[in-house]
Design a binder for this molecule. Structure first.
Ligand SMILES: C[S@@+](CC[C@H](N)C(=O)[O-])C[C@H]1O[C@@H](n2cnc3c(N)ncnc32)[C@H](O)[C@@H]1O
Length: 280
């Protein structure tokens, strides 16, 4: 049973990091006319109300996108990310937050392809009604780990894969590794973005090292820690993005972004960031 609903978390600090990195990667791919395919294995509902009961329940966006909304000193990559969120809120008020499929819709060109997987029946229904008719898009209600196999390599051999599971149980960590191992073997030049939570679980702590071993041609790892876990060790302290085959521009862009995010989103004195990469 799927209990996770992204509507409770939309626009939080983890979404800020994830969607900033996604925006940079799509901007980079857009520099060439040649078509590419974006596969989003865990797509969510596509877009979220920040005024509805889900987002209001914990108010996570107030420690995320809301902290950036009125700022005039944003580093360029963050200004671009916030500009996309503004396009999703045409009346100028922060009322909606775009999920990863909506960022894709905003940034992909007519020649590009979008493949979206979402297993939760309600979120799939919302996603399909929102993007199901979009030219170049296909929306599936099947398992995204399994479905990825049928989507790569794209015939253009240009592709980006976002893997953003909910990590509800322990199984997702192992499935991320197994799926990536198999997929990279068949499409070595793809760009792979893996989001992971910074939580008190061995699997989460080990994930980046296990991902490094799958990326002989190069990787980038970006993480921000914004809050302390509670006394039982629970809670989302921060999150990371691990990018296999990152655009060469990404490291320098994030070097300006991560200190800023740590300062603005940090909720305690120990807030910090990590940025590391290995080129192939
Ligand atoms: C973290 S949310 C996705 C958020 C979205 N990528 C975004 O950035 O806006 C994870 C989603 O994956 C869905 N899900 C869980 N297991 C899945 C699976 N095996 N295949 C496809 N979707 C799955 C959940 O229902 C949930 O909506």
């Amino acid at each position: 049973m799927l209990a996770y609903r992204h509507a409770f978390h939309a626009g939080n600090h983890a979404d800020v990091l994830k969607h900033t990195v996604l925006t940079r990667v799509l901007r980079y791919l857009n520099q060439k006319d040649k078509t590419y395919r974006l596969v989003d294995t865990h797509a969510g509902a596509g877009g979220y109300s920040l005024e509805g009961q889900h987002a209001q329940k914990k108010g996570e966006f107030e420690h995320g996108i809301a902290c950036l909304w009125g700022r005039h000193d944003l580093p360029e990559p963050l200004a671009d990310y916030v500009a996309q969120v503004r396009r999703f809120n045409p009346d100028g008020r922060l009322a909606q937050y775009p999920g990863s499929p909506a960022f894709a819709q905003l940034l992909l060109r007519p020649q590009d392809q979008l493949r979206l997987f979402e297993l939760h029946p309600t979120d799939h229904r919302i996603l399909a009604s929102y993007l199901g008719e979009l030219k170049g898009a296909e929306v599936y209600d099947t398992d995204g780990f399994d479905g990825l196999k049928g989507q790569v390599p794209p015939s253009s051999r240009r592709g980006v894969v976002l893997i953003d599971p909910s990590y509800e149980g322990h199984a997702d960590y192992g499935r991320v590794i197994a799926t990536l191992r198999d997929t990279i073997e068949r499409f070595a030049e793809g760009v792979y973005l893996v989001w992971y939570p910074q939580v008190s679980k061995l699997e989460a702590a080990q994930l980046p090292k296990r991902l490094e071993a799958l990326a002989p041609k190069g990787w980038l790892h970006a993480r921000i820690t914004v809050q302390q876990p509670d006394r039982q060790g629970f809670g989302l302290a921060g999150s990371g993005m691990f990018v296999v085959n990152p655009p060469y521009t990404l490291h320098d862009e994030l070097a300006g972004v991560l200190p800023y995010l740590t300062e603005v989103l940090g909720q305690y004195d120990g807030a910090n960031y990590l940025l590391e990469q290995r080129t192939g």
